[in-house]
Ligand binder design. Structure first.
Ligand code: COS
Length: 378
């Protein structure tokens, strides 16, 4: 349960109604086909769900972190693909907030507030966990940079209105030779390639982003030359806390579905929920969900208070992702054969949950971040 003020409660009620009436059932078809649900996303954008990360000073509604988490959890509960589309836009806005000029921040906010989506383009075929191994280059000619390369597994890659792109400005310098650029849709040479046919979050768009002689002014750089890796890592330190909340949405849905089923499914003359075996499974699922939610909220509150949060964000993301997979598996177990059937919603939850152990840094990477925070790097 979230402790919200009156304004937060009203917002949550509105988002809940939208998710219940216009997302939950409708997404099934798009999950089956893998098609991006344009109409659902359009409505979500009209409600401002792409803009939850924009502070008031740049025109956003400036949500407190608890309301922010409650709204995102609601989206994920209905469809983790919708959560992914919207949260990836927030993720893409973060590098601007961290290191952008006032002009860049306002431009990014304006694109989002006018209904746009963002794509954070760090990952490449040889640079996933090893994120500093980018091959995309940005070569300076006068007061322009020319970008060439290919990004992969980019959320919103085929549907975004702005792209945050990391590229090597000096290959010799390795991790200190990476820089970040703010590139808008329609820039000549920028295109999207192969769209992934994914196991889960099939209602989100994941595509290659291709740069062929993309010319941008030097003012498109975010921060200074060589700071790209730091900006990307600092961005992920922030956003991983929210990934935990996305995983919690899946757990909440799994519990809701398992509880409803166990109250109406009768075996041996009584609902299966009367069996302690089922009750204990539900209790364990609830313990995992509630613990993850509190950890995610804790990391978000630290951010709000300006206290260190990188370790806590990594713990939240890691725990949330691992627990979402387990809780979704338990829901399938409670529904038995029906849980395994595509007629029922819980098998989708397992497919969707798996991504939370992978994106924004695998849970192995989270353990590196956590152990380094505890033990230091040696
Ligand atoms: N915030 C800011 N700067 C950071 C940072 C962070 N969280 N982590 C590392 N850096 C900086 C370091 O400070 C160092 O710069 P300086 O030498 O100037 O201090 C530089 O980056 C290199 O750091 P380090 O040597 O620790 O990097 P490593 O290659 O050893 O590994 C890990 C860092 C593995 C933690 C990193 O590569 C990582 O998180 N990878 C996963 C990336 C990821 O999440 N990919 C998925 C993207 S999906 S959107």
């Amino acid at each position: 349960m979230y402790i919200l003020n009156d304004e937060g409660k009203d917002l949550l009620a509105t988002v809940k109604e939208f998710c219940e009436k216009e997302v939950k059932e409708q997404c099934k078809e798009f999950d089956a086909t893998g098609q991006w649900p344009e109409e659902i996303n359009r409505k979500a954008i009209e409600m401002g769900l792409n803009a939850l990360d924009i502070p008031e000073e740049y025109g956003g509604i400036g949500l407190d972190k608890v309301t922010y988490a409650a709204l995102y959890e609601e989206m994920s509960k209905a469809d983790a693909g919708l959560f992914t589309t919207m949260s990836a836009t927030g993720l893409s806005f973060k590098p601007l907030m961290l290191a952008g000029t006032e002009e860049q921040k306002q431009r990014g906010a304006d694109i989002i507030l006018n209904g746009g989506l963002g794509a954070f383009c760090l990952t490449e075929p040889m640079a996933g966990s090893d994120a500093s191994n980018n091959k995309t280059t940005a070569v300076k000619y006068g007061d322009e940079y020319v970008l060439n390369g290919r990004k992969c597994f980019i959320t919103n890659g085929g549907v975004a209105d702005f792209y945050i792109i990391t590229a090597m400005t000096d290959k010799e310098k390795g991790v200190k030779g990476m820089s970040t650029f703010f590139v808008e849709k329609g820039t000549p040479g920028l295109s999207s390639g192969n769209e992934e046919n994914k196991m889960g979050i099939r209602t989100s768009n994941t595509a290659d982003v291709v740069m062929e002689d993309v010319r941008v002014p030097a003012s498109a750089m975010i921060g200074t030359e060589g700071k790209g890796f730091n900006i990307a890592m600092s961005t992920l330190d922030i956003t991983r806390a929210l990934m935990c909340i996305g995983a919690v949405g899946i757990m909440q849905r799994a519990i809701d579905e398992a509880v409803a089923y166990s109250k109406q499914r009768v075996t041996f003359g009584q609902p299966i929920g009367k069996n302690q075996a089922i009750q204990f499974m539900i209790a364990d699922m609830e313990i995992k969900k509630e613990t993850a939610r509190q950890m995610g909220l804790h990391a978000l509150r630290l951010q709000e208070l300006g206290l260190p949060y990188a370790k806590e964000s990594a713990i939240a993301k890691c725990y949330g992702g691992d627990m979402a997979v387990q809780v979704a598996l338990d829901a399938i177990q409670i529904l038995g054969g029906y849980g395994y059937s595509r007629e029922y919603p819980v098998e989708k939850l397992l497919r969707d949950a798996k991504i939370f152990q992978l994106y924004e840094g695998t849970n192995q990477i989270q353990r590196i971040v956590i152990s380094r925070a505890v033990m230091g790097k040696f």
